[in-house]
Ligand binder design. Structure first.
Ligand code: IPD
Length: 272
């Protein structure tokens, strides 16, 4: 007999417990001192021992609590734990904002989401330095510290504070920088905070009006994307493509079209 699918609330409860413990480990390891353990796609794309230890802790915790689920993680990929049996897949970024973490800047987070049959239904993003914690369930809203989150009501792109980020490949960065050069005269200002999951959560609570970035991986987007959607943002790609590696635009409905139009004109999803 197969067990009934867990509810988003049940999955969120597990996600919160696992993410809190993971963030505590990351916080402790940062206090003990941290250095680069390896590089990935380029010399600036770093991994610390904490990225690996925290992901291993998350994998072990999920394997104990939900042994039949599968897990996709930034450091150990898709085969790291669990089985294909339950229809639930966890998506984990053990430390989003690794460069901030390395330098001691207070914008890094554990990001953990649960998908059921390919749809993200629960997610938590926990800031490793401050303990700020954003959560969401599909249809159940986005929350921080007991308060329901609502995105910005800004309607004028010229007044919008827009967050973005840059990839690690220098050729991609050059393209992304050209897009910013042409976008910045048309918005209030640009912010580059260094952790995509936190950018999405900031957009969810109106600390920035909108966010866009080319090149996000599933673990950068899963939990923060749900928090943003549940706070009322439209989260999509360009020209009808769903949000994904080519482009993520997260904007309040009234800002989405003008921001999308600018980004499409600038071919923001193009380039390397
Ligand atoms: C990175 C951060 C950064 C974003 C990059 C991501 P990582 O994730 O989220 O803000 O601009 O695209 O790769 O490497 O720190 O987990």
């Amino acid at each position: 007999m197969t067990s009934p699918a867990p509810t988003p609330q049940e999955l969120l409860k597990i996600a919160i417990e696992v993410a809190r413990n993971a963030a505590e480990t990351a916080h402790r390891m940062r206090a003990e001192g941290v250095s680069v353990a390896a590089t990935k796609s380029t010399v600036t794309d770093v991994v610390t021992a904490a990225d690996r230890a925290v992901e291993r802790q998350v994998l072990d915790a999920l394997a104990a609590l939900r042994p039949d689920d599968s897990v996709l993680g930034e450091e150990y990929g898709g085969d790291a734990a669990g089985g294909p049996g339950s229809g639930v897949r966890w998506i984990v970024d053990p430390i989003d904002g690794t460069v901030n973490y390395l330098y001691g800047l207070p914008h890094s987070a554990v990001s953990l989401a649960a998908e059921v049959d390919g749809t993200v239904v629960a997610g938590v993003v926990r800031n490793i330095s401050t303990g700020d914690e954003w959560t969401a369930t599909a249809g159940g809203g986005a929350w921080r510290g007991g308060e329901r989150l609502r995105c910005s009501t800004e309607t004028d792109l010229g007044q919008a504070l827009v967050a973005t980020g840059f990839g690690y490949d220098p050729r991609r960065r050059a393209h992304q920088a050209r897009v910013v050069v042409d976008l910045i005269p048309h918005v209030r200002d640009i912010r580059r905070l260094g952790a995509a999951a936190i950018d999405l959560c900031y957009a969810a609570e109106g600390r920035v009006d909108a966010y866009y970035e080319k090149g996000l991986a599933a673990w950068d987007l899963a939990a923060g994307g749900l928090v943003a959607r549940e706070a009322g943002l439209r989260v999509d790609g360009l020209r009808g493509v769903p949000a994904g590696p080519d482009m993520v635009v997260a904007a309040p409905p009234a800002l989405f079209e003008p921001l999308h139009a600018r980004l499409a004109d600038l071919d923001a999803s193009g380039g390397p």
